[in-house]
Design a protein around this ligand. Structure first.
Ligand code: GLC
Ligand code: CA
Length: 562
């Protein structure tokens, strides 16, 4: 018998991620803002979500769209003022919607006052807030490649030393070994908690503790080496999070989720342990990065599709192995991933709606806290990049410069094909509200092109169609709120040999939830729902079910008593 799970509001909640730059522009400058979010709270209330995760809204020069913070206690000019934030928070709370902030503390912007001081001289009191190294043989201290291409080290002429930046050179890494850095971060977190926010999504939190030896990493492309083994899940990461937990998190009733690149099951059991000494849950990356290097053109760049079987093996493993030990988070996409329906489903006119609903069912019936990324609830799709001029994301732009222009190792059309498939900008095209100009996102010129399919795919159209993806998500959320088996039931995989059907059951006391999803455009055999068994249908994306089969992209969930 499974041990009875401790109940918690964050296990029962459904989270909606907002990427503020692309959500809703209230003043016509082409950039989404806080006021735009406040105006659309009733839409989110209608959807039924419990929590908003707000991607960074702090002061930032926007080298990486707010993930490069220059002041943690102020709001980005593009997004409004602290008054706008306070209004958003109190309006959301009045609707019973919580707000979780993005906490980006692996690095700051190079324009943050700490870094401006730090780089000014070797004996500045802020010098040790960042990671500085002397040149090695007149060059970079090691071969690490930044996650955004190029060396992870930047030479600062003023003192002749290099600083580490795992992301862009405008995102220097903080030195968490320095107690003062931890004090500053914890003070800042407390300041936000005192304001009444409801939690933190912690950006690349698995990377805050570096291997103090700073050794060369395994070769990636003959030029650079990988930093992952020496940066992800480093020697003191759990110690730091436990300290954070004791000094800040445990004092408030928060939702905490750590973005944990490179996290394994063993590590996740520590980060998200049931004793609650670190975080509530982590985002693992395995199911969104199933591509073998041979399927990639270079680095992460690919235009091939992942296989359901690979994804199933991974997700089932996470479901089974965290059972009773740690809590899962569930997601198909976010602001760093392509659109779920394009990547894992089928975004053709014929199957977009069906497959978006199928994917939602497959994920939302699993054990863990589900995350919906803005636009996913109306089945928004990937876009098309005609040239590099259409791209806004520093990751894609840097990769293009490195591989297409400098090394000339990837032809331009192949790189653009990869962008169409997996560039982060796919998720960052503006939210499609209406069929009007710019999809109702802005009355001005949007900072990134609107996906041309907004005339057909938009929130207004979804709200007026009872069969829309929107109302299907609304129902999934409602079902989770009403059925403890969806939150707390134990997961058991089914049909594990099927190349086309992803199926499982969830069991709580005498209730059995059966979930089956056809990931293909062909009818498939499925013996899980024999007529003679008395069962109630909870949700399906078809109005009728053919016994013994699943129709193209059919998803079916039933509940019965055992
Ligand atoms: C995380 C964010 C991503 C950002 C990076 C650096 O992965 O989700 O958007 O670019 O960290 O902060
Ligand atoms: Ca604006």
């Amino acid at each position: 018998m499974a041990v009875k799970e401790t109940h918690a509001w964050w296990k029962e909640a459904v989270i909606y991620q907002i990427y503020p730059r692309s959500f809703a522009d209230s003043n016509g400058d082409g950039i989404g803002d806080l006021q735009g979010i406040t105006e659309h709270l009733p839409y989110l209330k209608k959807l039924g979500i419990d929590v908003i995760w707000l991607s960074p809204v702090y002061k930032s020069p926007n080298d990486d769209n707010g993930y490069d913070i220059s002041d943690y206690r102020d709001i980005m000019d593009d997004f409004g003022t602290m008054e706008d934030f306070d209004r958003l928070l109190s309006r959301a709370h009045s609707l019973d919607i919580k707000i979780v902030m993005d906490l980006v503390v692996n690095h700051t912007s190079d324009e943050h006052a700490w870094f401006v001081e730090s780089r000014s001289s070797k004996d500045n009191p802020y010098r040790d807030y960042y990671i500085w190294k002397e040149p090695k043989d007149g060059k970079e201290p090691n071969n690490w490649e930044s996650c955004f291409s190029g060396s992870a080290w930047e030479l600062d002429e003023r003192t002749g030393m290099y600083y580490l930046h795992c992301f862009s050179k405008k995102q220097p890494d903080l030195n968490w070994e320095n107690e003062k850095v931890r004090d500053e971060v914890f003070d800042m977190m407390t300041w936000w908690c005192e304001k009444g926010i409801d939690g933190f999504r912690m950006d690349v939190i698995s990377m805050i503790s570096k291997d103090p030896r700073f050794p060369d990493g395994p070769d990636k492309d003959g030029i650079f080496g990988s930093l992952e083994p020496y940066v992800c899940n480093g020697p003191h990461v759990h110690e730091y999070l436990q300290e954070m937990n004791q000094r800040v998190l445990s004092k408030y009733d928060l939702l905490t989720v750590g973005e944990a690149a490179g996290v394994t099951i063993e590590e996740a059991k520590k980060y998200a342990n049931n004793e609650g000494t670190e975080l509530n849950m982590v985002f693992q990356f395995e199911h969104v990065s199933t591509m073998h290097p041979s399927q990639c053109v270079v680095g992460k760049w690919t235009y091939q599709k992942p296989s359901m079987e690979d994804i199933r093996v991974i997700l089932n493993k996470w479901q089974i192995e965290l059972e009773g030990k740690a809590w899962n988070s569930l997601y198909w996409d976010n602001h760093d991933q392509p659109r779920a329906v394009s990547r894992f489903g089928n975004d053709s006119d014929e199957y977009r709606v069906l497959s978006a609903k199928m994917l939602a069912t497959c994920l939302h019936m699993m054990k863990g806290t589900p995350y919906i990324y803005q636009g996913e609830e109306i089945g928004m799709t990937n876009t098309h990049f005609e040239s590099i001029d259409d791209c806004r994301d520093i990751e894609a732009i840097n990769a293009y410069h490195q591989y297409v222009e400098e090394h000339k190792s990837v032809p331009e059309d192949i790189m653009l094909r990869c962008f169409d498939e997996i560039s982060r900008d796919n998720a960052r095209t503006p939210m499609q509200w209406t069929s009007g100009s710019n999809g109702g996102f802005t009355t001005g010129t949007p900072w990134i092109g609107v996906n041309p399919n907004y005339r057909k795919i938009n929130a207004e159209a979804a709200l007026s169609d009872p069969d829309s993806v929107f109302y299907y998500y609304q129902k999934l959320i409602r079902l989770r709120h009403e059925n403890p088996v969806i939150v707390y039931g134990v997961f058991h995989p089914l049909m594990e040999d099927s190349p086309s059907v992803y199926a499982y059951e969830r069991i709580l006391d005498d209730q059995v939830l059966t979930v089956a999803c056809n990931w293909t455009a062909r009818k498939q055999v499925c013996p899980l729902f024999p007529k003679e068994q008395l069962r109630e249908e909870l949700i399906s994306n078809y109005s009728t079910h053919e016994e013994g089969f699943l129709l193209p992209y059919e998803a079916l969930v039933t509940i019965r008593k055992q």
